[in-house]
Design a protein around this ligand. Structure first.
Ligand code: NAD
Ligand code: UDP
Length: 318
């Protein structure tokens, strides 16, 4: 824990999957929280249980255009950005803008208010990695002109900008590189593997495994990721620090696990592998463990079971 007592946090992207959990955990800790979101991929439903709290405010604002928040601010946690490939491929310019102008507006707010700033970066900065597992000192293997470049390069620019604000202006910054995270409040239609497989299994439809399904990801339950983001915020560390669960699996194995846990009879259907889809992804989390004492606690079977239960309780669109 930092020895600075924080009372008011701005969370950009607070209406999204991760952001809504960050807002909730901060409110539980006694913070006043201002969520700033333009709802391009997030939803008011993620916040409906929080809006009655007098400690919680929501501002509907595109942070790429401006970030106007009155009053003192102790933390700026910058999570605003489309995150699913389906979304950032649909909004390529918006994704580049929020990673660049949005990050600059969030950094300027932190600079004006003398606040701690945390950037939600991503394992995508490693691209299709040639080093495995990925430590923070690996520079990555990104195709800047491929379809994923709009997201990967926006985040890489955001990291560079955050570092420059630290060195040039002395802003207290932290960078967290988040690996694939899943859990309740993911949109069933956001196109990522886990919401796709779970909603397909619950509807009795085929599970769409891309390519031959041998590509890997390492999946982290949302409670663990959010604890990691807040540990970086608390710590005063500059980072970048990987936050993820090294529980690596192939996408075919993931689909089979979801079939088993949902007891579905849905078959597997192999579909085209997207361009530049990374072959493998696994975090080296030694730095998070050493510097923050953070380690993921929820096993993939437990996390997937909780996620399936939540999706089953939603009314899934047909
Ligand atoms: P999400 O799409 O659920 O949430 C993103 C939120 O940002 C949404 O509420 C959206 O409306 C908002 N937003 C986007 N552009 C905005 C803008 N210009 N102005 C204001 N609000 C805007 O995605 P998520 O999975 O919750 O991801 C949150 C953050 O974490 C993103 O920055 C993402 O890059 C990062 N991240 C997520 C993962 C993951 O596995 N979920 C992995 C790595 C990094
Ligand atoms: N994927 C899949 N079926 C789907 C959606 C995704 O096999 O219905 C694959 C995707 O091609 C990738 C992996 O699952 O290899 C993870 O995809 P996701 O979009 O969840 O995360 P990211 O690629 O951003 O790590």
């Amino acid at each position: 824990m930092s020895d600075i007592e924080c009372t008011r946090a701005v969370v950009t992207g607070g209406a999204g999957f991760l952001g809504s959990w960050v807002c909730e955990r901060l409110l539980e800790r006694g913070f006043d929280v201002v969520c700033v979101d333009n709802f391009c991929t997030g939803t008011p439903a993620n916040l409906s249980h929080l809006t009655a709290s007098p400690a919680f405010d929501v501002i509907d604002q595109d942070v790429s255009a401006q970030l106007a928040v009155d009053g003192p601010v102790d933390w700026v946690l910058h999570l605003a950005s489309p995150a699913s490939p389906l979304h950032y491929l649909r909004m390529p310019i918006e994704t580049l803008r929020v990673g660049s102008m949005g990050t600059m507006n969030a950094l300027e707010l932190a600079r004006r208010q003398d606040a701690r700033f945390v950037l939600a970066s991503t394992s995508e900065v490693y691209g299709d990695p040639l080093v495995h597992p990925q430590p923070e000192h690996y520079w990555g293997n990104v195709n800047p002109v491929g379809p994923r470049g709009v997201y990967d390069e926006a985040k890489r620019f955001g990291e560079a900008l955050t570092t420059a604000y630290r060195t040039a202006y002395g802003v207290d910054t932290g960078i967290v590189r988040i690996f694939n995270t899943y859990g309740p409040r993911m949109r069933p239609d956001d196109g990522r593997a886990i919401p796709n497989f779970v909603s397909q299994a619950l509807r009795g439809e085929p599970l769409t495994v891309a390519g031959d399904g041998t590509q890997t990801r390492s999946i982290c339950y949302v409670d663990d990721t959010v604890a990691g983001i807040l540990a970086v915020a608390d710590s005063g560390e500059a980072g970048p620090i990987n936050i993820g669960n090294p529980d690596e699996m192939t996408m075919l194995d993931l689909a089979e696990r979801i079939r088993r846990l949902t007891k579905t009879s849905s078959p597997i259907e192999f579909v085209d592998l997207p361009t530049d889809d990374p072959r493998q992804r696994c975090p080296d989390t030694s730095l998070a463990c050493e510097r923050l004492g953070w380690t993921p606690l929820v096993s993939s079977d437990e996390g997937l079971a909780r996620t399936i239960e939540w999706f089953a309780a939603q009314r899934l669109p047909a």
